[in-house]
Write a protein that binds this ligand. Structure first.
Ligand code: ATP
Ligand code: MG
Length: 367
């Protein structure tokens, strides 16, 4: 965590889900996240498809007595990619080496890691789409042939010495599978796409976590939080802690329906679970751009966010829930957006665009 409360990842990227609901930051956030992480596949609620597929891949590998194929986990932030990577290592009873794409800026960084792997070890590469190109090439050769070429010396006299590696398993995680070059993507024998959780699954997760955190919660309180967590366990866990805070300060210390509603309102989470960024995007789309279509970067400027944040954090959920559509000409409001904002859609595209003043100080359009 930094002064501004954002989780920086070495290279200035940040965990956008953390800023939406928790702008003040939470010092023990990571510790709590780690404590709440399910440890085994059987304890991992939700994602039945990925979970079953993974169970099969791991069991088959165990029976063969060999490391499984490389695994790629893709999906929006906070759905459990890191948790699953740890679970894979735990199920295989192997150590896990953790690094991330942005940390590997040179092929040499990767060579050092690869050449120190033990047989069967799991190498977790988070944000794998952000790895430097030469490292990417080295990685897919290593994944296929279990070999790296270590370059010794510099300039014309440099020679590449091939180094054999013991078999190991790469687990890659990405929020942007589309950005992975095809040769790298093809080296993964199994790709698990994580999707948003159902409210029932989130309720189950929250019930377990309330127990683990020693929080007294009612069924209605839990369900209210689950229904407003954008299908995302990380958001559900965070909201649970905010509702607990609220209940401690204003209530009887019990996470019940009333506490959940009041706390969620305080933290700008609306009845459908949309947060400030989501609503900002929808309002910009409908009010500023008459429903679109509008280019991603223009839309991002309108809400004062990075295009990447709008695309990876807000958009997937808004598209899935029928608030927004992606068209070849840009993003457009779906009927759900107009309805949610209580607005009447225009007859034709673009007809109701009311120009809004651009606030230079804020660097965004006044909405
Ligand atoms: N199926 C689940 N059951 C219980 N808790 C979960 C589940 N999935 C995720 N969580 C919780 O949500 C939090 C975020 O999960 P995790 O870090 O694995 O997400 P991620 O997909 O790696 O996110 P990011 O893309 O931001 O790295 C963790 O604290 C974890 O405990
Ligand atoms: Mg992660």
């Amino acid at each position: 965590m930094t002064d501004d409360g954002l989780e920086r990842h070495g290279d200035d990227s940040y965990d956008a889900t953390s800023r939406i609901v928790d702008p003040g930051g939470d010092a023990d956030e990571r510790r709590v996240e780690a404590a709440l992480r399910p440890r085994r596949l059987a304890e991992f609620p939700g994602q039945p498809r990925v979970s079953d597929q993974l169970a099969l891949v791991l069991e088959a590998a165990r029976r063969r007595g060999a490391p499984p194929d490389h695994v790629l986990l893709s999906g929006p932030p906070g759905l459990g990619k890191t948790s699953l990577a740890m679970i894979i290592a735990a199920e295989l009873e192997q150590p896990i080496r953790i690094t991330s794409g942005p940390a590997i800026q040179h092929a040499g960084d990767l060579a050092a890691i690869l050449s120190s792997l033990a047989e069967g070890e799991v190498l977790f590469l988070d944000e794998i789409h952000r790895m430097a190109r030469p490292a990417e090439e080295m990685l897919y050769l290593a994944m296929e042939d279990f070999r790296v070429d270590v370059v010794v010396g510099k300039g014309p006299g440099a020679t590449a010495i091939p180094l054999e590696l013991p078999p190991f398993t790469v687990v890659g995680a990405t929020t942007r599978a589309g950005l992975l070059p095809a040769p790298l993507r093809d080296r993964f024998g199994f790709t698990g796409h994580l999707d948003y959780y159902t409210a029932e699954d989130l309720s189950a997760i929250l019930t377990r976590n309330a127990d683990l955190l020693g929080v007294d919660a009612t069924r209605q309180g839990i369900d209210e939080i689950a229904g407003r967590s954008r299908g995302t366990p990380r958001i559900a866990n965070r909201l649970l802690r905010r509702v607990r805070d609220y209940a401690q300060v204003h209530g009887k210390g019990v996470v019940d329906h009333a506490a959940a509603r009041a706390a969620l309102e305080l933290f700008d989470v609306d009845a459908r679970g949309l947060d400030r960024l989501d609503r900002g995007v929808l309002e910009a789309l409908c009010k500023r751009f008459g429903g679109g279509p509008v280019g991603l970067s223009t839309l991002a400027v309108a809400v004062g966010e990075e295009p990447d944040t709008v695309e990876t954090v807000a958009e997937p959920y808004l598209v899935r829930e029928g608030y927004m559509i992606r068209t070849p000409r840009g993003r457009a409001a779906a009927p759900g957006a107009w309805e949610h904002l209580g607005l009447t859609p225009p007859d034709g595209p673009g007809t109701s665009a009311t120009p809004l003043p651009f606030d230079e100080g804020e660097g965004r359009f006044a909405l």
